[in-house]
Design a protein around this ligand. Structure first.
Ligand code: FAD
Length: 394
């Protein structure tokens, strides 16, 4: 076994390729994102130049095989990219989650050869931006409640409905959306469709006044009699729920890996501040209550990393990893929110100001507890698995 060779055994050492991927992503974040993110965030500005930079470095196709325009990286490397990007800002990691995790990796698994050539290749090369539209105004955790319809007319479908809280909807070229082909069949009546912006009847809108990810994009999709050819259905009719669950196994992994970046950013800022700020004649880092918060961040970082690596190891082996990925996502996002919360506390009133990065980290760290399965949904999944009410493996 070679160090870092996740194919043949467990290792805690990165191999050379993984180290190179990590160093290159870190350099990009330090040069392109960190110096500008505070201004972009305050201005609610999505910088497409940063996204182009990510695309040029192959990040948008990280885990996609080279034959489909990607980098062919393993899941450890993909996790490292997500971690570094979120160390810069959660908004850009969200793009990786929807474009690569939820959309492209799902296309790779379920797409026909023709669909992969038309949609996956330009996505992996970063020439087209992709999003994932599952959530609706009245259907979030309860996916089977979705109301969008896909009515078959000859050899096409007419799609109608609304998707909300869709990351990057307003800038995406490609959309993977879910709609009911059979309204009475519950989750078995859902099918998946590939849409592109050029199709008449699609409109998008940005959501304003949200709590965080101000330098990212969150929007809505409106579908009004969108004519979707049969060849744009992903998988079989009624397979949409299964496809969405597979997509979430991929997306959640990128969210969990990204959370490590928030914990690191919170910890780095806190260590710096705790050593510099004095109170009662000593650096605040000398106080045990402050040390406790720093220690909790370290614990959150290390335990989250182990869960992310466990999920990556299973993914690289092609083994079902729903349970492990759910656990990694739940734990890492909760640890990231706690780390950001404690970082604000350590910074005192300055933590409440945009002068320091921890205020942005705190706002951004809230959303991952909601999307790709709320914390409660992940608790329910873990409990129901061990109680024997559902299987998350095998
Ligand atoms: C910034 C952001 C970006 C997003 N991006 C996307 C995207 O790109 N694509 C997309 O499709 N969606 C996206 N979402 C939507 C997200 O996935 C949903 O918000 C999430 O699935 C929860 O659905 P909901 O908001 O309707 O809450 P609900 O499902 O209505 O839940 C409300 C509350 O009830 C609890 N609850 C619900 N059911 C249960 C249960 N069975 N047991 C216990 N508690 C329960 C929940 O945990 C929560 O606390 C995004 C959301 C945000 C905030």
């Amino acid at each position: 076994m070679q160090p870092g060779d996740t194919q043949s055994g467990v290792s805690f050492e990165l191999n050379e390729e993984q180290r190179m991927v990590q160093a290159s992503a870190a350099e990009f974040v330090d040069r392109e994102i960190i110096p500008r993110i505070s201004q972009l965030d305050r201005g609610h500005e999505l910088d497409m130049g940063i996204i182009r930079g990510m695309a040029e470095r192959g990040m948008l196709g990280a885990a996609i095989p080279p034959e489909y325009g990607g980098q062919g990286l393993d899941f450890v490397s993909t996790a490292l990219v997500c971690e570094e990007i979120e160390r810069g800002d959660g908004g850009f990691r969200t793009l990786l989650s929807v474009h690569l995790g939820l959309n492209s990796l799902t296309l790779l698994r379920f797409g026909s050869e023709e669909q992969k050539r038309r949609y996956l290749v330009p996505q992996a090369k970063g020439e087209k931006i992709a999003c994932f539209g599952l959530t609706e105004p009245n259907a979030g955790s309860d996916v089977s409640a979705l109301k969008s319809t896909a009515r078959r007319v000859g050899d096409l479908y007419l799609l109608n409905g609304q998707k909300t809280w869709i990351s990057y909807a307003h800038v995406a070229d490609h959309f993977l959306v879910f709609a009911k082909t059979d309204r009475d069949a519950g989750h078995r009546g859902i099918s998946a469709f590939l849409l592109d912006r050029s199709m008449p009847g699609i409109e998008t809108r940005d959501i304003r006044h949200k709590m965080g990810v101000w330098a990212g994009s969150t929007g809505e999709i409106f579908m009004s009699d969108v004519e979707v050819p049969e060849e744009n259905r992903l998988g079989g009719e009624g397979e949409g729920f299964k496809i969405a669950m597979y997509a979430l196994d991929m997306g959640r992994f990128t969210v969990a890996a990204g959370a490590l970046g928030t914990i690191r950013a919170a910890l780095d800022a806190s260590v710096k501040y705790a050593n510099a700020r004095t109170a009662f004649g000593r650096p605040i880092g000398r106080f045990q209550f402050v040390q406790e918060m720093i220690a909790e961040m370290v614990r959150g970082l290390e335990t989250s990393r182990l869960l992310v690596l466990q999920a990556a190891w299973l993914k690289d082996r092609g083994v079902r990893n729903t349970r492990e990925t759910s656990l990694a996502k739940w734990h890492a996002t909760e640890c990231a929110f706690q780390a950001a919360h404690m970082a604000v506390q350590i910074h005192g009133a300055y933590g409440y100001s945009a002068e320091y990065p921890v205020e942005r980290l705190f706002r951004n760290a809230r959303a991952p507890l909601l999307y790709e399965g709320t914390t409660e949904i992940h608790k329910m999944m873990q409990a129901e698995h061990v109680l024997g009410y559902r299987r998350l493996d095998g």
